[in-house]
Design a protein around this ligand. Structure first.
Ligand SMILES: Nc1ncnc2c1ncn2[C@@H]1O[C@H](COP(=O)(O)OP(=O)(O)OP(=O)(O)O)[C@@H](O)[C@H]1O
Ligand SMILES: [Mg+2]
Length: 648
């Protein structure tokens, strides 16, 4: 078996680490450089470039240099956020078959998973060279605030890069691992991570080797790039006022200003004034013009004040969610390059009334935590770690009036299962559709459409007579899977996924009818680690339908998985065995096993995590499913039988 590494796949910089001789080591890319710019380009000669090589030519080749691809991963081309980025970014984007973003570089097109995969492949090659060994396994980190589709996309990218993705790990949790593992701590930690593209805030409790996320929040469209954009806008406006020339449509000029703006921003973290200089930026009536602008620190602070305030509001909101005050935090961990800005540091300090902890390297902590996790998952020597996470945004469905009905509330513990009973609302209805959204907006349509699940092959019968038992399960990585069976005959239903918004049937109505058989989300606690006494009830205590912990695997299910649907990408359409009535949450997604038979289905040692619980879960046998097909079906209506205690 090859080596296992941890990868922080960042919006602007990526970083990889490995455990050697029981110590984390950052994998060096170039002399003196421990991070790899997350850039992909094709140069004039048709060569594909990644990392520093891509960055070095970016200013001269902005149209064919893809940066910040992570910002659009798993997003719809027509989402307002992507529309905005299309105006700001210098490369071309198109809509893919599934409504996703495709980038055009030279005469080739790539989906964003392929761009991420190219970066991951580069990291893999660098690591192999550094280790003089094969690298096959990796833990890859994602922002805690990534939704299901984004997580799926990162998994797929890892696979495209030839990596067995042991686990998709949240960046703040990873930083907390780097900070706290092996210190026998009992602390409540706030992890404030302001990177190049995303902002994450998490409250994490550490009890020796148990890392429990209490709440997490953030903004996947808030990071250093937005700070740069403010400077770019300011400089372009000043140049326009002075010379009467609009640079906002000149891609090369924008890319060159972007680089100068970022340099000035970084300089201003240690000085009061910085020069932004870009020679030969435009041609004026009297010849070539240079851009020369002096930016003072207080000017920069005024330009980005609202962005920094947004991070503090996100902190306030998760503390409110958690019912905690900032004074209850023992340590504030600061990670992410943009958090080096003095204004950011002082606002964080004011909010928490505490000096931020300097215990970890802001650029490397996430990769180090991922390496620790990877090591734990693949070696007998690793520390026994228990990770307990929460869902960053609610997952739910649309009600008849278009409002959003969360099935999994924000910050509910994961893994987590939900059982729904759907009935046919027409005679002889052949299929039912369920649109699943993720987000915290009141209107379903304002949230991200994760996918439309189509349950087909229904038994024919009069209206109201056919009951479909559906399980929705969010695994420990925050990835959703869905399975269904006929409640009376126990026959599994075929569940397929549609991603495209345009395919949706209009006027799908959901009737909330009776009470039934579900239970509210309950905070779960860790599976009992060997020596910790206060980890709460064990998995065996989970009796409700929202039980976070699936039962143990059975062998036959591994060989004959039941039909299932997930919002999986191309590598995650794994079969999920529907559980029996008595064990409604037994339908875990066996992603690794199903997607790649060479992968280990679960970590064999070192880590007790819900990922391993989940991966190992199984149920009764049935035929395998193909989830990617978009069948022609008759959507019809659906009735949703909600349990009496649904809203509690
Ligand atoms: N000293 C500094 N002062 C201000 N900003 C800085 C400084 N150093 C780096 N940055 C900014 O930090 C950002 C990069 O941070 P980082 O490498 O943590 O992001 P990332 O991991 O690529 O992104 P993300 O975690 O959001 O996906 C860039 O926008 C960069 O300009
Ligand atoms: Mg980062």
């Amino acid at each position: 078996m090859g080596r296992a590494i941890g990868i922080d796949l960042g919006t602007t910089n990526s970083c990889a680490a490995v455990i050697e001789n029981n110590k984390p080591t950052i994998i060096m890319y170039r002399a003196g450089s421990y991070t790899i710019p997350s850039l992909f380009a094709i140069d004039e000669g048709g060569r594909e470039l990644v990392g520093h090589e891509a960055k070095e030519q970016a200013a001269l080749n902005p149209q064919d240099t893809v940066f910040a691809a992570k910002r659009m991963v798993g997003r719809d081309f027509h989402s307002p956020q992507v529309e905005k980025l299309r105006q700001l970014f210098t490369y071309d984007m198109m809509e893919g078959d599934q409504g996703e973003v495709i980038v055009k570089v030279k005469d080739k097109t790539f989906d964003l998973k392929e761009i991420s995969a190219a970066i991951l492949k580069k990291i893999r090659n660098v690591a192999e060279e550094y280790l003089d060994d094969q690298v096959t396994n990796a833990v890859i980190t994602v922002p805690a605030y990534f939704n299901d589709r984004q997580r799926q996309a990162v998994r797929s990218a890892g696979k495209l890069a030839g990596l067995n993705v042991l686990r998709v790990l949240n960046e703040p949790t990873s930083a907390a691992l780097a900070y706290g593992l092996g210190k026998n701590l009992r602390q409540r930690l706030a992890v404030y991570d302001l990177g190049g593209g995303t902002f994450d805030i998490s409250i994490i409790e550490i009890r020796d080797k148990v890392f429990e996320v209490i709440a997490s929040g953030g903004d996947t469209y808030l990071g250093g790039i937005d700070f740069d954009d403010r400077i770019i806008g300011h400089v372009i406006e000043a140049f326009g006022n002075e010379h009467g020339i609009d640079l906002s449509t000149d891609r090369i000029a924008i890319q060159r200003i972007r680089e100068a703006a970022e340099r000035a921003k970084i300089t201003l973290s240690t000085t009061q004034q910085a020069n932004i200089e870009v020679p030969f930026i435009a041609r004026g009536p009297n010849g070539i013009l240079n851009l020369e602008h002096v930016l003072a620190r207080d000017q920069l602070e005024a330009l980005v004040d609202d962005l920094v305030k947004r991070t503090v509001s996100a902190c306030e909101s998760i503390f409110k969610d958690a019912g905690l005050g900032p004074e209850t935090i023992d340590e504030v961990l600061i990670v992410g390059g943009q958090s080096r800005m003095p204004l950011v540091l002082s606002r964080v300090k004011t909010y928490f009334q505490k000096e931020p902890c300097k215990g970890v390297h802001p650029d490397e902590a996430v990769a180090v935590g991922a390496a620790i996790m990877a090591h734990s998952l693949t070696s007998n020597m690793g520390e026994q770690v228990t990770l307990l996470d929460v869902l960053p945004m609610a997952i739910g469905i649309a009600k008849g009036d278009g409002s959003f009905l969360p099935l999994f509330p924000r910050n509910c513990p994961i893994p987590h299962g939900r059982k729904l009973t759907l009935t046919n609302s027409k005679d002889d209805q052949k299929s039912i559709m369920l649109r699943v959204f993720q987000g915290d907006e009141k209107l379903a349509a304002d949230n991200e459409l994760l996918g439309t699940f189509v349950f087909s092959g229904m038994r024919q019968g009069p209206r109201g007579s056919v009951r479909v038992q559906t399980w929705l399960n969010v695994d420990s990585e925050g990835i959703l899977s869905v399975s269904a069976k006929d409640k009376d005959t126990e026959e599994p239903l075929d569940v397929k996924l549609k991603l495209r918004q345009q395919d949706l049937a209009p006027n799908l109505s959901i009737q909330t009818t009776t009470a039934g058989d579900d239970a509210p989300a309950t905070r779960r606690t860790a599976p009992p680690p060997p020596s910790t006494e206060d980890t709460g009830p064990s998995a065996a205590d989970s009796k409700s339908d929202s039980s976070p912990t699936p039962p143990a695997p059975t062998d036959d299910a591994k060989t004959s998985p039941a039909r299932f649907g997930s919002i999986a990408g191309d590598d995650s359409d794994a079969p999920t065995p529907p559980p029996s009535e008595e064990s409604p949450t037994a339908h875990a997604t066996n992603k690794d096993e199903a997607s790649d038979s060479t992968q280990e289905s679960s970590p064999s040692s070192g880590v007790v995590s819900r990922a391993s619980d989940q991966t190992d879960s199984a149920g009764p046998p049935a035929a395998p499913a193909e989830t990617k097909v978009t069948p022609a079906e008759e959507p019809g209506c659906l009735s949703l039988l909600l349990p009496w205690n649904w809203f509690r």
